[in-house]
Design a protein around this ligand. Structure first.
Ligand SMILES: Nc1nc2c(ncn2[C@@H]2O[C@H](COP(=O)(O)OP(=O)(O)OP(=O)(O)O)[C@@H](O)[C@H]2O)c(=O)[nH]1
Ligand SMILES: [Mg+2]
Ligand SMILES: [Zn+2]
Length: 302
């Protein structure tokens, strides 16, 4: 080869050792350069959302030369015979967007609280979408709680198109991981924002849900206004690995400010005297359901 051309890019799709890299001048399909594969990998060396350097090969494909350090990553632990392996669902997400429905299906707030803790631990900014507001009288009754804690909640209806401008605004020029239970309207919302987008996302997640041994495609989709959304199914199976009971309180925004005021530095906030969390609970400054979620996550349930 005479003069090698190197380019920077973003991995927008990953499947079976192939990486689709958006260079700004089109997509290049790449494979890992041999040197990157050396040693026993404990996790994905390259993944969806990674910023990379590639060299263009004569046949139009590319070699992945270097992977930039990740800002953070959504990671799932995969137990394998050779030892635990860290699968990267998405690297460098600017935010995670949790979609829940106000009704049909009823919002599973225990699940939302669990998702929130996982995202807090991974230090990924969070947006909550309360969809299907057309089905209830007052969506704030259910989701307003999360606003008081400090989370951004966007109230939407894919049906009446309420809240779509705000959603579009929040997604613009960012890489967003989208997650939420089945049937809450994720695809409908994306389709309402940009026709065809939700359908594309759905196709991928169907493939991913078939089982662990089928081909896994991870992909993010370009938004017309700039930015990407990536469907990240499988949050339900994202264990709170590597998390100790004693750190869970730090992932509840309304608890973490109180912890320094507890009498004991290793307070579990369950039974101790002089506990600032229990005091706040008594004064209705902490929502009992959130406290229940804290107890459950602490106990490793759910
Ligand atoms: N009334 C009402 N129905 C909605 C709304 N958004 C979606 N739906 C309906 O809810 C059902 C599920 O919507 P989907 O968009 O397929 O949900 P999803 O989250 O993509 O589900 P999965 O792909 O299974 O994860 C469909 O029948 C939609 O028409 C809404 O804002 N209001
Ligand atoms: Mg869908
Ligand atoms: Zn305490």
């Amino acid at each position: 080869m005479t003069n090698e051309i190197t380019k920077h890019g973003l991995i927008v799709k990953a499947q079976s050792g192939f990486f689709w890299v958006e260079t700004g001048e089109g997509l290049v399909i790449c494979q890992l350069r041999g040197k990157l594969k050396q040693g026993k990998a404990k996790g994905d060396i390259a993944a969806l959302g990674d910023h990379v350097t590639i060299t263009l090969l004569d046949d139009g494909s590319g070699a992945l030369e270097n992977v930039e350090e990740r800002k953070q990553a959504l990671v799932r632990l995969d137990p394998r015979p050779q030892g635990e392996y860290q699968q990267v669902l998405l690297a460098n997400a600017d935010q995670v967007v949790f979609v829940f429905a106000c009704a049909n299906p009823n919002p599973k707030l225990r699940m939302l609280d669990r998702f929130l803790v996982i995202a807090e631990k991974q230090k990924i900014p969070i947006v909550i979408i309360a969809n299907k507001i057309d089905l209830v009288e007052n969506a704030k009754e259910t989701f307003g709680l999360y606003e008081t804690i400090g989370y951004r909640v966007i109230y939407t209806s894919a049906k009446t198109e309420q809240g779509l401008e705000e959603m579009r605004d929040v997604l613009k020029n960012k890489i967003s991981a989208l997650a939420g239970p089945s049937g809450v309207g994720k695809s409908s919302l994306l389709n309402a924002l940009q026709p065809g987008l939700g359908l594309a996302v759905n196709e991928i997640s169907k493939v991913m849900n078939k089982g662990r041994h089928t081909t896994v495609t991870r992909q993010m989709f370009a938004l017309e206004g700039g930015g990407y959304v990536a469907d990240t199914p499988g949050w339900k199976s994202l264990a709170l690995w590597d998390t100790e009971a004693g750190e869970i309180d730090a992932y509840f925004p309304e608890l973490r400010g109180l912890v320094p005021h507890c009498q004991f530095s290793d307070c579990t906030h369950i039974h101790e005297p002089g506990c600032a969390v229990l005091a706040a609970l008594m004064e209705n400054k902490i929502h009992p359901e959130r406290y229940e979620s804290y107890l459950r996550l602490r106990a490793g349930q759910e």
